[in-house]
Design a binder for this molecule. Structure first.
Ligand code: NAD
Ligand code: 3PG
Length: 411
């Protein structure tokens, strides 16, 4: 007897952008044999073609999964973002097709925080310029413009997982921490909220961005915001490239109003390591440029591989959707001794009644039932005391209900 109505060996897993081998090992250990692995992201047309063939897709920040791709992907069951950001995925379109999207909300938090703190210290000491000068054979031994971070004010924009972690670590170096967030947040340690973004910009010696890419954060730091910052302050962006107006940053750096910057993310980034990086900031001695490596440590990548693969496997094998970012969240117990039916449907009145009618009409006993809705989608999980043949009949009856997006039978 198959473990699932759909044997694991038939499930096609597409893993892109060199996600950690820990993910590949997790899928193999769980009995998944059809794994297509790519070191890079794929060009859009090829990506659409490969996604259309896959049941499970794993990406990082560079692969854009569009609404059209979800519409054309008959087989696609689930998506894993092996990173924090999910802005590269058309989440609503995935939801409308009954496809949960998972991510790793904390696994690279510490890596980003450590990089940002290191950059804050380097920028305050004017190390980027000194480094470049030494490389050119120069030697300007001077304390002019160099400061300790102790006693300085760090302004954190976006006080979420990364922002709070940075705040805690910064206080251990003796920094004063202020933050701005659209939500009311618990201030950790001695951190305090700024009255608003302008207040934060005016008071900070170091401004660091930690907001997600959304319509409200697009170009939230531009010429006006740089002009509000203290003369000689430094600026760090390791969140998303769209958050900062790069020409405005370049102008503020050239005028020396902003003394230095560290930028890890860009509005347009190369698709892979062989593509050329182009930015107005290239060649500026007072700028640390890094190729979107805030979360790229071996520790973070290995943990992300394990975490996201586990979420995808749990959904595929057990139906659990806990921590999905676009989908009703259901945490399910093991279903040994019963068959499990998954029913994903449009979130509209009457569907649950029709589902229950199927069981009363067929006389199959329900052991347990779980229901959750979110946005456009409803998700019902039913454990039944039934033979495999009965399970298949039930699955087909459920699939015939109007508004059904997809059904699956497990065990
Ligand atoms: N450079 C990298 O490699 C790297 C690594 C990890 C994450 N990131 C980026 O960092 C972002 C933040 O990560 P996180 O884990 O801290 O996310 P998070 O969701 O925990 O925190 C984001 C915070 O920003 C706040 N926010 C949203 N819109 C805002 C606005 N307009 N103004 C002010 N605050 C706003 C939210 O309320 C939240 O508190 C991610 O979305 C991701 O894009 C980059
Ligand atoms: O969202 C994230 O976690 C970061 O931007 C890292 O993305 P990456 O996995 O593509 O490095």
């Amino acid at each position: 007897m198959n473990k699932n109505s759909f044997p694991r060996g038939d499930i096609r897993v597409l893993l892109l952008e060199g996600v950690s081998q820990t993910a590949v090992k997790s899928f193999r250990a769980a009995g998944y044999t059809q794994i297509e692995f790519h070191e890079k992201s794929l060009p859009e047309a090829q990506l659409a073609e490969r996604v259309a063939e896959a049941h499970i897709v794993g990406i990082r920040s560079r692969s854009n999964l569009t609404a059209e791709m979800f519409q054309n992907s008959r087989r696609l069951m689930a998506v894993g973002c092996f990173c924090i950001g999910t802005n590269q995925v058309a989440l609503n379109a995935a939801q409308a097709r009954g496809i949960p999207v998972f991510n790793a909300p904390y696994s690279n938090t510490r890596s980003v925080a450590e990089l940002v703190l290191a950059e804050a210290i380097l920028l305050m000491r004017r190390i980027p310029e000194k480094n470049m000068e030494c490389h050119r054979g120069g030697w300007s031994k001077s304390a002019a413009g160099s400061y300790e971070v102790r006693g300085k004010t760090l302004g954190i924009v976006g006080y979420g997982h990364i922002g709070t972690q940075i705040g805690v670590l910064a206080e251990s170096l003796g920094m004063r921490v202020i933050f701005h967030d659209v939500e009311t947040k618990l201030a950790l340690g001695n951190a305090s909220p700024a009255a608003n973004l302008s207040d934060l910009l005016e008071r900070s010696d170091i401004v660091s961005m930690h907001v997600p890419e959304t319509p409200s954060t697009k170009n939230m730091i531009g010429a006006e915001e740089f002009s509000r910052m203290k003369k000689g302050a430094v600026f760090i962006n390791a969140s998303r490239g769209t958050v900062v107006d790069i020409p405005a940053l370049a102008a503020a750096l050239k005028s020396k109003h902003i003394a230095g910057a560290a930028v890890d993310v860009f509005p347009v980034e190369p698709k892979g390591n062989d593509d050329k990086f182009v930015s107005e900031l290239v060649g500026m001695d007072n700028v640390i440029l890094t190729p979107h490596v805030g979360g790229s440590t071996l520790e973070a990548q290995e943990n992300i591989g394990i975490e996201v693969a586990a979420k995808l496997l749990r959904y595929s094998d057990n139906g659990s959707t806990l921590s999905a970012v676009n989908f009703p969240e259901v945490s399910l117990p093991e279903h040994t001794g019963s068959r499990r039916l998954l029913h994903i449907h449009e979130n509209r009145p009457g569907v649950l009644t029709q589902i229950n009618n199927v069981f009363s009409e067929t006389g199959v006993n329900i052991d347990a039932q779980y229901l959750q809705t979110a946005g456009q989608v409803g998700y019902v999980v039913i454990d039944v005391d039934a033979t495999e043949d009965q399970g298949r009949v039930l699955r087909d009856r459920l699939a015939a209900i109007a508004g059904t997006l997809r059904t699956r039978l497990l065990n």
